[in-house]
Write a protein that binds this ligand. Structure first.
Ligand SMILES: *Cc1c(COP(=O)(O)O)cnc(C)c1O
Length: 422
């Protein structure tokens, strides 16, 4: 029995399904999860000393690559000072100031510990601020494991919804209205049908959790207009896109100003940080100023704040240009290989890409989740196995996107080419 299978067996005994997050389970794949022990730059190593080029990057946070030296140095210094006070500290000010200075549409921010927590707070804030209950969510957008976001379109009447997880009561799903992406008519109808009851639309402005479903700018602009017209808020969930496609995320990229933004992933540079941000007016509804309660024992943890700040301070215009250039080179390398490898075995697969994200699927330019081919999992299984054997790691699920970091430089790109064709 390999070390990997032994560890997984032990883990299955201790932890449900052997994993602490279901997407790590390699469900639907031919192999059991790989256990990793160390990492540097664009590479990580499993417990059997096999090295992989990592295109998952902890599902996005590691925009500088693994174990960046400068971040490591500052984290060690932070560690030597102490790692939790449960009181005010100066380190979160650096991060808050950097973010509010560089992102014009946010005046205030509050740090939490995960993207899920950020979304949960954003929804409560939107409801508290508007005094309304209903939230529009789009099929195929992931907003963390918040009860009211674990909702899918109902199988019965059009516009109905039901929970997509056991343990979410129907009372919770009633206030979530599910629509398809890229269908403005449905959004208009929904506002008509639920007049005066919709607190907010929440959307990933770059949906990247269920394939990469790049939206038309016009669709997002229309959401901005219709929310304004109906006294509802527009929440951009930029947990993936924020600080990754540009410092100010898709809002900056498209010049669309949401009312509330949620951040996660890159914002902590690999340490647990999430955040919600908005105008002073909206943020003052949060406790202790306002009557929307929110709190956190470990919020703005001093280590995590330093990890985030030391990561984000590198992200200037040049940085994003280089990162996007690396990504298009990597996409080209993969595309050529997919077309030609083993007599065209993977030639049905194509790559969609935006900024430093890419997604492999048999269809391109998809804008809504209902168009994703049903055999995606089957296509992916074989591709994943082949890449693993070559020491190339993608997130272990065909619906997940690939992430490129600034450590995926020319040398790594050459190595990728070599590994692919070997
Ligand atoms: C990852 C993600 C979340 C959840 O964040 P966690 O830190 O995993 O709780 C929420 N929204 C989006 C858009 C995400 O990509």
């Amino acid at each position: 029995m390999s070390i990997q299978t032994k560890l997984f067996d032990q883990s299955k005994n201790l932890v449900p399904g052997g994993v602490h997050s279901p997407v790590r389970s390699f469900k639907g794949l031919n192999q059991t999860p790989i256990f990793f022990k160390s990492a540097k730059g664009a590479y990580f190593k499993d417990v059997e000393d096999k090295e992989y080029i990592d295109f998952c990057m902890s599902f996005g946070p590691l925009i500088l690559g693994h174990k960046n030296e400068q971040v490591e140095k500052k984290l060690k210094e932070a560690l030597s000072r102490g790692w939790s006070y449960g009181a005010c500290e100066p380190y979160s000010l650096d991060l808050a100031k950097l973010l509010t200075d560089k992102i014009p549409h946010i005046e205030q921010i509050r740090f939490v510990n995960s993207g899920t927590e950020a979304v949960m707070t954003a929804l409560r804030l939107a409801r508290g601020y508007t005094g309304k209950n209903k939230i529009i969510k789009f099929n195929g957008c992931y907003h963390g494991h918040v009860d009211s976001m674990l909702i899918k379109a109902g199988s019965g009447l059009a516009g109905t919804s039901e929970s997509s997880s056991a343990g979410v009561p129907s009372g919770v799903s009633e206030d979530t209205l599910i629509l398809e992406l890229n269908d403005l008519n449905k959004v208009e109808q929904c506002f008509e049908e639920h007049k005066g009851q919709i607190a907010a639309i929440i959307i990933e402005p770059l949906p990247a959790n269920n394939g990469l479903l790049i939206q038309d700018k016009e669709f997002l602009e229309s959401l901005r207009t219709i929310t304004k017209d109906n006294d509802a808020l527009l929440i951009f969930d930029e947990v993936i896109s924020g600080l990754r496609v540009a410092f100010g995320g898709m809002a900056e990229k498209l010049g669309i100003t949401p009312d509330i933004v949620t951040y996660g992933k890159v914002i902590g540079g690999g340490l647990p940080v999430g955040a919600i941000a908005s105008t002073k007016k909206i943020m003052s509804s949060l406790a202790p100023l306002g009557d929307v309660y929110q709190a956190g024992t470990l919020s703005a943890n001093p280590l995590a704040m330093v990890g985030g700040f030391e990561t984000l301070k590198n992200l200037d215009k040049n940085f994003y240009e280089t990162l996007d250039e690396y990504t298009s080179k990597i996409v080209k390398i993969f595309e050529k290989w997919l077309k030609e490898f083993d007599g065209g075995k993977f030639s049905n697969l194509k790559i969609s890409s935006f900024g430093s994200l890419f997604w492999i699927c048999s269809k391109e330019n998809l804008k809504s989740a209902d168009k994703i081919p049903a055999n995606l999992g089957e296509d992916f299984k074989e591709l994943f196995d082949t890449l693993i054997s070559k020491g190339i790691y993608l997130a272990p699920n065909g619906y997940e996107v690939g992430f490129v970091s600034i450590a995926h430089d020319l040398q790594v790109q050459e190595d990728l080419e070599k590994r692919l064709w070997d």
